[in-house]
Design a protein around this ligand. Structure first.
Ligand code: GCB
Length: 579
């Protein structure tokens, strides 16, 4: 799926801004024809979650409506018109001028519909989007799970009753675009790269729709290189390969990007559509239980993160993205995981530019097994399909994560993850696949994955206040896990809660000192083991969770506060990571 871009053949209108907004707690909107509008509403800022923009909506998770008038230029008459939402959490239904356009399940991936026949050119149009974020055991990620389906102690039940540890913000979280393409257009481009000595090889596959175009013209370049090639379509697909003899490879040290311009040609040879992609030439592989980027050993230093900020909730904020990358660079990180859902396309583009290695995770968090497995599996497959369609061309993405901490002690979990692993490999054989585990040795599905991701909280949830015991247990467990699977291991979460400004000497729980000491001890253990391929601290910044007795207003495991000020641990990590 291509991100909408402006060029000589395509135009984009960003509909983000204020929308009219209305709650629909009794779910009567469709019956009452709110598709065509409502009498009373209030304004909501989009992109943004609805929870914190008003004082009466914080815990509201049911159906809501977003309305907006928009204009379609008459110059678009000879084009195809598309409507696209970057992400809406959790279930969205769209109407234009009262007519149903389409729907989408899953809160973190883009969806688009061709609406050429539904819009009025040169006139005002009316958009209504129903977004419903009810928690349900049927949904992924799940919530409101009945006791008999997934027993938990009363103390673990939060409000709202989510089966994961972040606030279930609802709303239109990413940009709403109207865009146009030519009638004959480039539908998709997929690129994979490889390396032979100094050579960089780029394989591409272009798919087109409509018309009689027989050829595409491909131009690849940077300040030193310029390659041009024609590719012929067979049916709707054209494939080819480009070789750069002295290529500059993409890596965190040098995030070098080439520009690839694809022109679609009419049968007479005139350009009729165009799309430009940024391409990084790099390889990623596991050899002898180690991780190699561009045939060189690589060690991942970084974080699990969240999309989370006061007031905007999970809404896209470009300044926040810029700030987070600048802090990650300052601290010496080279990677992060999109815990626990795909992040915005804007965040992913910046990872390519800034040279960060990304573990790209689907929203399969809090998975449990039993009734409803079939639906959960098919949703996870859908998420992987959509995620790979969206992110396949990013050099920054090195690994797909198929789940975070599934409650997978039941036998059916093994088959579930075998299928998900195979599904992912089939969709993208060029990248590694991981599962982020809390069960460690008891997690049978680790037999399938390429890299083992393990989350550990010795010294926090267990052995609180006893850091020597904690590192000893960690060391023993890592060795045992490696002996069993002989696979590279990434410690994908470890950390301690620290309330900024709370100090204790000797260190104790919730003090900045304790968080810093725990992180230091963990890094020492991890870096002493050659099979460990990285350390991702949990978490980059404090973040909002549902209300529960063991969270102090926020999850405090951030090494930065929620508003991005460093705690002691941030300064310490900078010393560890910038050597
Ligand atoms: C985990 C989860 C993460 C939580 C974290 C914690 O293992 O993957 O979502 O926030 O632990 O702080 O408990």
């Amino acid at each position: 799926m291509l991100y909408p871009k402006m060029n000589g053949f395509r135009e984009v209108i960003d509909l983000s801004g204020f929308f009219d907004f209305k709650l629909d707690p009794d779910n009567v909107g469709e019956e009452k024809n709110w598709q065509k509008g409502v009498e009373s509403s209030r304004s909501i800022g989009i992109p943004g979650s609805w929870n914190e923009q008003f004082i009466d909506t914080r815990d509201y998770l049911g159906p809501t409506w977003h309305f907006k008038k928009f204009y379609v230029p008459s110059s678009w008459k000879e084009k195809l018109v598309w409507f696209r939402i970057g992400a809406a959490n959790y279930y969205a239904k769209v109407w234009i001028n009262g007519e149903f356009i389409g729907e989408h399940e899953g809160g973190y991936l883009p969806f688009q519909f061709e609406v050429t026949d539904k819009v009025r050119f040169g006139k005002e149009n009316f958009l209504s989007v129903k977004v419903d974020n009810q928690l349900s055991p049927e949904r992924v990620p799940p919530g409101n799970i009945p006791e008999e389906e997934h027993p938990r102690s009363v103390r673990q039940r939060s409000y709202p009753d989510v089966n994961f540890d972040f606030f279930p913000y609802g709303g239109i979280h990413r940009p709403v675009y109207l865009f146009c393409t030519p009638l004959d257009y480039i539908e998709d481009i997929a690129v994979t790269t490889s390396i032979e000595g100094k050579k960089g090889l780029i394989k591409y596959r272009i798919t087109k729709k409509g018309g009689e175009a027989k050829e595409a013209f491909i131009h690849l370049g940077d300040e030193n290189t310029r390659l041009d090639q024609k590719a012929e379509f067979r049916g709707n697909m054209a494939e080819g390969e480009l070789t750069i003899d002295e290529a500059t490879f993409w890596s965190p040290d040098n995030a070098h990007l080439y520009e690839m311009v694809v022109e679609l040609l009419s049968p007479e040879g005139a350009p009729i559509d165009e799309y430009t992609l940024s391409i990084g030439i790099r390889t990623i592989e596991v050899k002898n239980d180690r991780l190699y980027l561009n045939e060189k050993l690589i060690f991942l230093k970084g974080f699990g993160k969240h999309e989370d900020f006061p007031i905007i909730g999970k809404g896209l904020s470009l300044p926040l993205i810029a700030k987070d990358y600048s802090l990650m660079k300052w601290i010496g990180a080279n990677s992060f995981r999109t815990s626990h859902y795909p992040y915005s396309e804007e965040m992913m583009n910046m990872a390519d530019k800034e040279g960060f290695l990304v573990i790209d995770e689907i929203p399969a968090v809090g998975l449990f097994f039993g009734k409803g497995n079939k639906r959960r599996l098919s949703l996870c497959k859908q998420y992987l399909r959509e995620l790979i369609a969206r992110d396949k061309n990013h050099p920054s993405v090195i690994m797909w994560s198929i789940a975070n901490e599934p409650h997978s002690t039941k036998p059916e979990a093994k088959e579930f993850f075998r299928q998900l692993y195979q599904h992912t490999k089939k969709l993208d054989p060029s990248r590694l696949v991981t599962l982020v585990s809390m069960f460690g040795l008891k997690e049978e599905a680790l037999a399938y994955v390429d890299v083992i991701c393990l989350n550990r909280y010795y010294g926090w949830y267990t052995e609180p206040g006893q850091l020597d015991r904690a590192s000893h247990k960690l060391s023993r467990e890592l060795d045992a896990l490696y002996q069993t699977y002989k696979k590279p291991i990434l410690l994908s979460e470890f950390g301690a809660g620290a309330i900024a400004g709370v100090h204790a000497h000797p260190a104790e729980l919730f003090s900045e000192e304790y968080q810093a000491e725990l992180i230091q001890k963990y890094c020492e253990v991890i870096e002493s083991k050659p099979y460990m391929v990285g350390e991702h601290v949990w978490c980059f910044a404090d973040f909002k969770t549902a209300q529960v007795a063991y969270r102090v207003a926020l999850n405090r495991k951030g090494v930065f506060t929620r508003t991005r000020q460093p705690k002691l641990a941030a300064h310490l990590l900078r010393k560890i990571w910038i050597k």
